[in-house]
Design a binder for this molecule. Sequence first.
Ligand SMILES: Cc1cc2nc3c(=O)[nH]c(=O)nc-3n(C[C@H](O)[C@H](O)[C@H](O)COP(=O)(O)OP(=O)(O)OC[C@H]3O[C@@H](n4cnc5c(N)ncnc54)[C@H](O)[C@@H]3O)c2cc1C
Length: 385
Amino acid sequence: MHSVIVGGGIAGLALAIELRRLGCQATVVEARYPGAGNTTRNVGRIRRMQLTQDLTEFSCRASDKWRTVAKLTGGHNPLVYRTRYVWVMYDQSELDTAAAMQPMWISCNARARPVGAAEVLNAVPVLRGGEPVAGGVIGDAAIVHHDAAFYAYLLRARELGVRFELGQRALAVQTTAGRATGVALADGRTLTGDVVVNAAGGMAGQFARDSGVSAPNQPVRREVLVTEPSKPFMTPAVTFYRPQEGWFNQTLRGELVAGVVDVGEPLGMNEASSFRFLGRTARVLLEKAPRLGELKVVRQWAGVYDTTPDKRPLIGEYPECPGFFALNGWSGRGMLLAPLSAELLARQLAGRGTDRMLEPFSPGRFTGRDVAVTAHGDYYSGYAH
Ligand SMILES: Cc1cc2nc3c(=O)[nH]c(=O)nc-3n(C[C@H](O)[C@H](O)[C@H](O)COP(=O)(O)OP(=O)(O)OC[C@H]3O[C@@H](n4cnc5c(N)ncnc54)[C@H](O)[C@@H]3O)c2cc1C
């Protein structure tokens, strides 16, 4: 069984490795270089707690999968460190949303619990400005150093004999009698395979549509800034309940990484950093944590979330094209979800059955429905309602 995988990010490489472990062939087609997309543009947060039962169950299993990645990648250190997650809230309705979820979190072993303002401020002492904190949620989390983790995947893929077509754009899936049989490449060749997997990150929706398959996912830009290092002043990964207020955390090297979401950000592929983002993020952070004003920003970057209407990934066969599979639509959680998703999809492709946990993520769930992606309703609070 030979899989042609479009996209050389963590999803594509994780799938290729899992397939090789099951004795299957895998070729990764990458338009730029391995890791050129969002896999090296994120902040690597691995969070058990989500806002719906299906996603929380999956995320708990996905975060457990990260514990096995060093072994999976043959001992290459993916630099994963454990920390806490703090979700900060400013009014009673936000606290009520969190309290209503606690029974579900307990049943899933999400290791997250609603807390009062004092506990939030104890965990994140820099939050001493602006609107008073009302409370929040504290939970188990981890942070993956994306460069180290991806390099571990890349080295292992090479060791296991995964084939690569680098600097090569896949134009569209080729079919015979309605079934996927390979991809047309930009240099005019056709790469044949038994199945084609769409792991094209921010371009996944476009690649599916170029292949004649309806797919709702759309890219939307997300930006990050990094400051110079300073002495450690916090350990948890902080997210504000309101998406436009963003998130921040301090790395092991002492840098602050932070970002806020622009509710007016248009949908579309855009990997360019903006000055507007810098001003917006500085303004929000300075209001909430005035002490952070001492830190100088040294760099910033941008990537995209590959976003679906219900903020759930697309994993499985496209109903309109047998032999063509999705492994995308992460809606901002691909570092967390891709390793487990790749393992389960590889088992399915190798004929070892479909895991029931993949059912809610079937690409067919949108077929015939009039659904649209909203740019700012991302994974913080947008899908809870
Ligand atoms: C600012 C930011 C912060 C984030 N923070 C987190 C986080 O804290 N936790 C988390 O879990 N996730 C986070 N994410 C999301 C995460 O980075 C992505 O979900 C994940 O990297 C997706 O991996 P991928 O392999 O699917 O896609 P990518 O890494 O984007 O790889 C796709 C690859 O496909 C290639 N490609 C595209 N089209 C074609 C084509 N036609 N032919 C050949 N190649 C093609 C691209 O060049 C690219 O290299 C964040 C993302 C951003 C932008």
